[in-house]
Design a protein around this ligand. Structure first.
Ligand code: NDP
Ligand code: PYR
Ligand code: MG
Length: 541
């Protein structure tokens, strides 16, 4: 005998048992812990549960619950004594000089996809140090579930260089280095050694996704490795792609072309500047104007106010990534508050990536809705507790007329009849909301990074380009159908994510062949080939 129970329970049945146990748990964190246990003991069962119930289970393994799990990561940590696939790999400052040997401790040898964080900016929750491991684990779970990347080929990494989070430093259970963050040369050396060791061990086509680094490192690291290694920064580039997709798709509701929008961002960090740069690139690609010209219709607000030429002239040293957006603003125009900026700049789209909740106030949303028939209101900060406003607020304050998207999921909103204004839509809009139900789309990079990764891995691409992000955005936008738009969503349902990922992957792989970065011979039928490489949790003893 096998020593296993005698009845051979099919995976589907096991998975429905997991789901019913999950529903019995009293908190989301309990659900997270329960699922982590299953991931450790029965990978196929874990993925079957996630793949078949993505809308219900994703908010547990990913945002918002993963944020809470990171904050409690040291308390709930029960991983085995040696690194395992489901618990990831910690590369510490003390490993400088021997990072390759640390990679050798990982059970999988055929690694194709890595998500790495240094834990400094975990969602909108700030520095979580080594507890940030929840993020690479969660992101890679989505690679496997949403794009069929083989779980045997993924590697979650935390680069532990210390933390400035005092609560962690004081916590006796904290699993990370108990010191302040390394900011000097050793930091750069450690990242460099990791990138080189990955290439050496797993090859030039092993994909590295940089995730949730603080912005003083994120932009630098991306610039340093983008042209020489197979990598991208998900917060800068993946986010940009998904948001651009939502804006393109929103034309189906608003009738407004991408090039005719005026954008105002709350937040001028990785997500803000990443999105702004890709929008400008897309407008330039569509209209033939220069990227700098396109940037003139984009304004950013940071923690000190509107990013502008006046701030540079006053001697303020603005971060490098903000400089392309230091536009001249009429000096007597009020810009002290977000509401002032909305009045002065008259944006058609308001995009929140500040991690500061409740900043899209009733006045701000009402002003957007006074100015435009269907303003875009994207509250993209994660987790839910950091969202600039809720779906319900955005819809109610705009009389149901705004196009809303959020970083973390919000439930559908049913507007009371008297709260729906009849003046929605513009004469160009091919589609207008007709019902009082809104299903807000999730403007989260999870819609694109799995598909991009699948395309890169399947073609053996050795680089990830900004064009890949543009292509992924356009592909995703096409997958948003009128059945989605009629509920107010600018994204397809998450239940179709594997199909969406396959399409994104095919487009990205095609681009790798065009750009000459692919290393796998081009198959005759690219899409069916990529589909044939996708992992399906099938179980079996
Ligand atoms: N939906 C999605 O897919 C994604 C969502 N995000 C979310 O976006 C948020 C920001 O992430 P990221 O850009 O990487 O973080 P960064 O730290 O790089 O940037 C944060 C930005 O917000 C600004 N900011 C801080 N406080 C205020 C304030 N009171 N008013 C206006 N602006 C303020 C900061 O200003 P300053 O520059 O002056 O410090 C900075 O420009 C997070 O919550 C994250 O979860 C991120 C990636 C993907
Ligand atoms: C979604 C994501 O990557 C973030 O909030 O950081
Ligand atoms: Mg992130």
């Amino acid at each position: 005998g096998t020593g296993l129970p005698s009845s051979d329970i099919p995976l589907k049945l096991q998975s429905s048992r997991v789901l019913s146990n999950l529903r019995d748990k009293s908190s989301d964190l309990e659900k997270y812990i329960y699922l982590r246990g299953i991931a450790e003991s029965n990978e196929d069962l874990y993925f079957a549960t996630l793949v078949n119930n993505v809308e219900e289970v994703m908010p547990i393994v990913y945002t918002p619950t993963v944020g809470q799990a990171c904050q409690k990561f040291s308390q709930i940590y029960t991983a085995p004594l040696s690194p395992s696939r489901s618990s990831g790999l910690f590369v510490n400052l003390a490993d400088l000089g021997s990072v390759a040997a640390v990679l050798d401790t990982y059970p999988s040898k055929d690694v194709k996809c890595i998500v790495v964080t240094d834990g400094e900016r975990i969602l909108g929750l700030g520095d979580q140090g080594a507890n940030g491991m929840g993020i690479p684990i969660g992101k890679l779970a989505l690679y496997c579930a949403c794009a069929g990347i083989d779980p045997k080929t993924v590697l979650p990494i935390v680069v532990d260089v210390g933390t400035n989070n005092e609560d962690n430093l004081k916590d006796e259970h904290y699993i990370g280095l108990r010191r302040k963050r390394e900011r000097g040369e050793k930091y750069d050396q450690l990242i460099d050694e990791l990138v080189e060791a990955v290439k050496e061990k797993y090859g030039e086509s092993c994909l590295i996704q940089f995730e949730d680094f603080g912005n003083s490192n994120a932009f630098r690291i991306l610039e340093k490795y983008q042209e020489t290694s197979c990598c991208f920064n998900d917060d800068i580039q993946g986010t940009a792609s998904v948001v651009l997709a939502g804006i393109i798709a929103s034309k189906g509701i608003t009738g407004v072309d991408l090039k005719d929008h005026r954008f105002l961002f709350l937040g001028a960090g990785e997500a803000g500047v990443g999105i702004a740069n890709l929008i400008a690139y897309a407008i330039s690609d569509e209209t033939g104007c220069s990227v700098d010209e396109a940037r003139k219709q984009i304004h950013l607000v940071d923690s000190k106010g509107l990013v502008s030429e006046a701030r540079v002239k006053s001697g303020e040293k603005l971060a490098h990534h903000k400089l392309p957006y230091t536009h001249p603003i009429c000096t007597d125009a009020p810009t002290s508050t977000l509401l002032d900026c909305v009045n002065t700049l008259n944006p058609t789209a308001l995009i929140g990536v500040s991690a500061i909740p409740n900043t899209f106030t009733q006045e701000v949303v009402e002003q957007m809705a006074n100015n435009h028939a269907n303003p875009l209101i994207f509250a993209l900060s994660n987790p839910t507790s950091k969202a600039e406003c809720t779906a319900e607020q955005a819809y109610n304050w705009s009389g149901g007329r705004c196009v809303f998207a959020s970083g973390s999921p919000f439930a559908k909103v049913e507007l009371s009849k008297e709260n729906i204004q009849t003046t929605w839509g513009t004469k160009n809009a091919p589609f207008r909301h007709r019902s009082n139900v809104r299903i807000p789309g999730q403007g989260n990079n999870a819609y694109v990074f799995p598909g991009i990764g699948l395309g890169v891995i399947a073609s053996g691409a050795t680089r990830v380009s900004d064009k890949d992000m543009l292509i992924a955005a356009r592909t995703l936008a096409k997958e948003c159908k009128s059945s989605d738009l009629c509920n107010g969503s600018v994204y397809p349902p998450l239940s179709s994510i594997r199909d969406v990922s396959l399409k994104i992957a095919t487009a990205v792989a095609e681009n790798a062949y065009e750009e000459g970065t692919a290393t796998v011979d081009r198959p005759k039928n690219l899409q069916s080939y990529i589909q044939s490489t996708m992992y399906h949790p099938t179980g079996g003893k």
